[in-house]
Design a protein around this ligand. Structure first.
Ligand code: NAD
Length: 359
């Protein structure tokens, strides 16, 4: 088993990574013994792993709540269902929410734990690659609003994260690829050596070689944990993790969250941001091509859909939380493995980058 510590003073916690932890990782749940645990999962993941997880929770009063599956359910209505259940159960402040599922379950369950009685403990058990490498660590919780993604939420750190890489055995290929987009993102803005390693290891990663996948998850989390420890509330450096995301959120919103998985939208967004970095002369030409090679090897889309015009995309981005004071604040690249936060792009340059990213 590998562990990564997220260092945040009294909110520090450990991420446990290994094969078979859903069978053997009971120690992580010791703090829950003697109190109530509400396991929040969804209709896809619950039949696969809920029984195994609840068997680990011996000594706790275990309650479960199974939500419908999908990003379209990451709403205040679903959040409200979790709160209603906690009220019904007369949950107290020593109740723990355990989220079992992908980033959607983690974000909604985390937000319920952030808000119920002004905050109760929660433990993340992420089962999608995207949630394992990114969403389960760092304490961002929340739900979507029809006008924008993640518009309602809170920072609330989990007390532990348990990653059983065996859960990836049941994850569909398209979802696995979507998770890889967030891995590429972290490497692209932060870790030159990791980016090169991903390029060298792409075949073993796509074959889901357990050793390679474990190393990849661990290195992604180490990078994320370091950033979160430095800047928990995104006052500065943490914004680097939004590479590709301002564009991605516009693509997701404009397609009604139907066409793209989050990671797919991020892949296209990273391509636009890399091209913008080149247009701005911030980095060598060729970075977008290098990124395109890796994203293609990982089975991800690269092109902005023809049906979304640039003006529409820009208008939607103005609502994004990451755009401050009406000025586009974007994460760009100064080299492969080094991101920067920039607000000097001209509208025309952004449009040029979008247009250069069409089929
Ligand atoms: N909080 C953060 O820091 C953060 C970071 C990145 C993304 N996110 C959020 O995460 C969400 C995307 O997460 P996601 O990609 O995990 O989506 P998801 O939660 O919708 O999971 C993807 C699909 O895979 C299924 N699934 C999950 N694990 C499985 C398994 N082991 N076997 C079979 N099926 C499985 C799910 O039921 C779902 O159908 C978005 O809402 C995004 O905004 C949050």
């Amino acid at each position: 088993m590998q562990t990564v510590r997220v260092d945040l003073a009294d909110r520090s916690y450990t991420v446990h990574i290994g094969a078979g932890l859903l069978n053997s990782g009971g120690a992580v749940f010791e703090p829950v013994q003697g109190s109530m645990a509400l396991v929040v999962s969804n209709e896809t993941v619950a039949p696969l792993y809920l029984d195994t997880l609840t068997a680990l929770l011996k000594g706790a009063d275990v309650q479960t709540l199974v939500l419908p599956d999908g990003e379209s359910y990451k709403t205040l209505e679903t959040w409200s269902k979790i709160i209603d259940r906690l009220v019904e159960l007369r949950a107290t402040r020593d109740t723990t929410i355990i989220t079992l599922g992908g980033g959607v379950v983690g974000d909604i369950g985390g937000f319920a734990s952030a808000s119920y009685m002004r905050g109760i403990n929660f433990i993340q058990v992420p089962t999608s690659l995207l949630a394992q490498v990114d969403a389960s660590v760092g304490g961002k919780t929340g739900v979507n609003h029809p006008r924008g993604k993640n518009l309602v939420g809170a920072f609330h750190q989990p007390t532990a994260v348990l990653i059983d890489i065996n859960t990836l055995d049941t994850l569909p290929g398209r979802e696995f690829s979507a998770g890889l987009a967030e891995v590429v993102k972290i490497a692209a803005v932060r870790d030159t050596g990791f980016l090169a390693w991903l390029e060298d290891s792409h075949a073993a990663i796509m074959a889901r070689n357990p050793g390679t996948v474990t190393r990849m998850i661990e290195r992604s989390i180490v990078n994320k944990a370091t950033i979160v420890s430095e800047d928990e509330r995104e006052a500065g450096i943490r914004a680097l993790l939004n590479f590709g995301h301002s564009f991605a959120h516009a693509f997701e919103t404009l397609t009604g969250y139907q066409q793209y998985l989050h990671g797919e939208a991020v892949a296209i967004g990273m391509m636009v941001a890399a091209r913008l970095s080149e247009i701005r002369g911030l980095c060598d030409n060729g970075i977008s091509q290098r990124l395109a090679g890796l994203l293609t090897a990982f089975g991800l889309p690269l092109e902005v859909p023809a049906k979304l015009d640039s003006e529409q995309i820009l208008a939607t981005m103005k609502l994004d939380k990451k755009v401050l004071g009406g000025q586009a604040r974007l994460v760009l690249l100064e080299s492969a493995g080094h991101g920067l936060i920039d607000s000097d792009s001209k509208t025309q340059q952004v449009i040029e980058a979008i247009e250069a990213s069409r089929a």
